[in-house]
Design a binder for this molecule. Structure first.
Ligand SMILES: C[S@@+](CC[C@H](N)C(=O)[O-])C[C@H]1O[C@@H](n2cnc3c(N)ncnc32)[C@H](O)[C@@H]1O
Ligand SMILES: [Zn+2]
Length: 266
């Protein structure tokens, strides 16, 4: 079993009845949904994705539009005995991964709203509210870390990985949702993370793949879910968002993601 450590003092957390406690007396409750809230330092009242964003993502992902991505993730992590999904959101990929493997899987997200939903979805995965910057695990705990469309905290991911451990990053490619971005903005910029800059110090790239396909959004609800699960909803002009949400369909929309596998540097 992966050991969870106290985010305050770093001592081992022991489970007693409905709480986790360290030898120094720091106590963390287990919620009725089964997750543990280990977030101690908050920069805002409700950090991470809010309830509406989480709900939109849940509905969109449950429609199956990104199932191909999930399949690729599952096959890339085949054979790993312990996996940490950081920034796991409402657990769509975490749940499907757990259903495909006997690995011990933990999911961490800074959003309590997201973790609440994730914990209801899959009881086998241990979900935690916490930050990717300061993960509540001992160094060298996991065989793999998964980071999907989330911030890459390379130093911390490398720390919690065993020697020879792997990091799988899924990020947006140049053309991801391009047709939607063209409707939302006058100037469409390249929305791509510089993976080499983010990971280069701690990791070596061992395999990179681009997954590109088209999806058809057939009704207003599907369009609304996609717009609202992205930061574009907050960043684009309100009237542009409203005009996209008035559309009855959005066909031939490009999904373009990069799946990059890294090995922890020795
Ligand atoms: C775009 S969502 C991706 C969610 C999920 N991986 C997916 O692909 O469906 C990014 C997630 O990162 C979380 N997040 C943001 N900052 C974080 C941090 N410092 N530590 C952990 N999670 C964080 C957000 O709450 C959100 O759920
Ligand atoms: Zn403690």
């Amino acid at each position: 079993m992966i050991e969870i450590i106290c985010p305050v003092c770093g001592e081992k957390l022991e489970k007693t009845d409905k709480m986790y406690r360290c030898i120094r007396g720091h106590v963390f409750d287990v919620a009725k949904q089964g997750y543990i809230n280990l977030l101690v330092k908050k920069n805002s009242k409700n950090p991470g994705d809010d309830k509406d964003m989480v709900k939109a993502r849940q509905d969109f992902l449950n429609s199956g539009f990104y199932e191909n991505i999930s399949e690729k993730v599952n096959s890339s992590l085949e054979g790993k005995a312990s996996i940490l999904d950081v920034g796991c959101g409402e657990g769509y990929y975490t749940d499907r991964l757990q259903n495909a493997t006997s690995a011990e899987i933990l999911g961490v997200d800074i959003s309590k709203e997201a973790i609440k939903i994730a914990a209801k979805k899959n009881k086998k995965v241990q979900f935690l509210v916490g930050s990717g910057v300061n993960l509540p695990f001992k160094s060298g705990s996991f065989e793999a870390v998964l980071c999907m469309f989330s911030k890459i905290f390379s130093k911390e991911y490398s720390r919690v990985l065993k020697d020879g451990g792997q990091l799988l990053v899924v990020s947006s490619g140049k053309h991801h949702l391009l047709e939607m971005r063209e409707l939302l903005y006058d100037d469409v910029w390249v929305d791509e993370v510089d993976l080499e800059a983010e990971t280069g110090e701690q990791f070596d790239l061992i395999a990179a793949e681009e997954l590109m396909y088209k999806i058809n959004l057939e009704n207003k609800q599907e369009i609304m879910n996609l717009v609202r699960m992205t930061p574009y909803y907050y960043k684009a002009k309100k009237e542009r968002v409203a005009s996209v949400e008035k559309l009855d369909a959005l066909e031939g929309l490009t999904v373009d993601v990069k799946i990059s596998l890294y090995a922890k540097k020795g």
